[in-house]
Ligand binder design. Structure first.
Ligand code: HEC
Ligand code: HEC
Length: 273
C-alpha cells in the first residue's frame, strides 16, 4: 500500500492506470458480449475439413473432387455443381437420403440417411464453403408451434396456390412428365419442408423469401401438419389424387348407370308394345 501511494504521482502512473482499465474493459467485454460470430458461422474450419474428407469418399465420384459438378444429368448419374447450393440443400438432400444417389435414375429417391447428424453438418459446412447459398434454417424458422388459426388458413391458401399443382390438394403427391414425380408430403419433417422451399430440389421451383416470406413458409408447414393429423373424413379417398379419379368414378358409375337405366327402359318399352 505504501508502495502504491508513494508512487501515485509518478508520471507513468496515469499510463499504467489507463492500460489496466483497458484490460479490464476488454476482459469484461469478451465475457459479456454474445458469442454471435462463432455461433452464426456454421462451418468451423475443422468441420469443413471433415466434410471435405467425407465428400471425397462419398460424393466426389459424381459431383467432382471439388464439387464442381460433372454435367448434372440424373439419368446418367452425373451430379450437378454444388457451388452456391448452400448448406440447406445438403441438409435436405442427405437428410432425406436422396444423396448419395445409389444409381443413375430419373430422380433420386428418398431412403434412410446413411450419414450421422454430425457428418451431415460437416458435409453441409464443406459445401457452404464453396459458395454462398441458403443456410440451414433454425428451429424457430420452421416450427409451426403456437401458430394462429388465421395463419393456418393462410397457409392453406398459399399451399393451394403454390404447391398443390404438383403435390396434390392433400399433399399426397402426384406424377410429373418424363417419369418424374412430386412426392407425398406425409411424414416429411418440418425442417425438410422448409429446406425444400428454399432450395427447390429437382423440378420444384425455389420459393425465395421475396416470393413466400419466412412467416408464410411457417404457415404452410403448420397447415400441412394440421392437415396430416386429421383423420380421413370418411368415404373412399379414391387414392386422394383429386379430379382425375373423381371424374373417372363419376363417368363410370354415373354415366354407366344412366346408360344401363335407359337401356332397361327401352327394353321394357319395346315389350309393352
Ligand atoms: C451417383 C451419383 C451421385 C452421388 C454419389 C452423389 N450425388 Fe448428389 N446429385 C447427383 C445427381 C444426379 C443430382 C441431381 C439430382 C436430381 O436431379 O434429382 C444430385 C444433386 C445433389 C444436390 C442438390 C443440388 C441442388 O442443385 O440443389 C446436392 C446438395 C447433392 N447432390 C449433394 C450430394 C452429397 C453431399 C453427396 C455425398 C454424400 C452426393 N450428392 C452424392 C448425383 C450424385
Ligand atoms: C413444379 C412442381 C412443384 C411445385 C409447384 C412444388 N413442388 Fe415440392 N417437389 C416437387 C418435386 C419434383 C419434388 C421432388 C424433388 C426430388 O425428389 O429431388 C418436390 C419435393 C418436395 C418436398 C420433399 C418431400 C420429401 O419427400 O422429401 C417437399 C417438402 C416439398 N416439395 C414441398 C413443397 C411445397 C411446400 C411447395 C409449395 C410452396 C412445393 N413443394 C411446390 C415439385 C414441386
Amino acid at each position: 500500500m505504501r508502495f502504491l501511494s508513494s508512487r501515485r504521482r509518478h508520471p507513468a502512473a496515469k499510463v499504467l492506470l489507463l492500460v489496466a482499465a483497458l484490460f479490464v474493459m476488454g476482459a469484461f467485454y469478451s465475457v459479456v458480449a454474445p458469442a454471435s460470430q462463432s455461433a452464426a458461422d456454421t462451418g468451423t474450419s475443422q468441420q469443413v475439413a471433415e466434410g471435405k474428407a467425407l465428400f471425397q469418399v462419398g460424393c466426389a465420384s459424381c459431383h467432382g473432387l471439388n464439387g464442381e459438378g460433372q454435367g448434372g444429368d440424373a439419368a446418367e448419374g452425373l451430379g450437378p455443381s454444388l457451388v452456391g447450393v448452400g448448406a440447406a440443400s445438403v441438409d435436405f438432400q442427405v437428410g432425406t437420403g436422396r444423396m448419395p444417389m445409389a444409381r443413375p435414375a430419373q430422380q433420386a429417391p428418398q431412403k434412410e440417411s446413411v450419414y450421422t447428424d454430425e457428418e451431415v453438418a460437416a458435409l453441409a459446412a464443406y459445401v457452404a464453403s464453396l459458395g454462398p447459398g441458403p443456410e440451414i434454417p433454425s428451429e424457430q424458422d420452421y416450427t409451426p408451434a403456437g401458430i394462429s388459426e388465421e395463419d393456418l388458413a393462410k397457409g392453406g391458401e398459399l399451399f393451394r396456390a403454390n404447391c398443390s399443382a404438383c403435390h396434390n390438394f392433400a399433399g399426397a403427391g402426384g406424377a410429373l412428365p418424363n417419369g418424374k414425380y412430386a412426392p407425398s408430403l406425409y411424414g416429411v419433417s418440418d425442417k425438410h419442408i422448409y429446406e425444400a422451399m428454399v432450395t427447390g430440389p429437382q423440378q420444384m421451383p425455389v420459393f425465395s423469401d421475396n416470393v413466400i416470406t419466412p412467416e408464410d413458409k411457417r404457415a404452410i408447414i403448420g397447415y400441412l401438419s394440421e392437415l396430416h393429423e386429421q383423420p380421413e373424413q370418411g368415404g373412399h379417398s379414391l387414392g386422394g389424387i383429386g379430379p382425375v379419379s373423381e371424374g373417372l368414378w363419376t363417368f363410370v358409375i354415373g354415366l354407366g348407370g344412366l346408360i344401363a337405366f335407359s337401356v332397361w327402359i327401352a327394353a321394357k318399352g319395346a315389350r309393352a308394345r
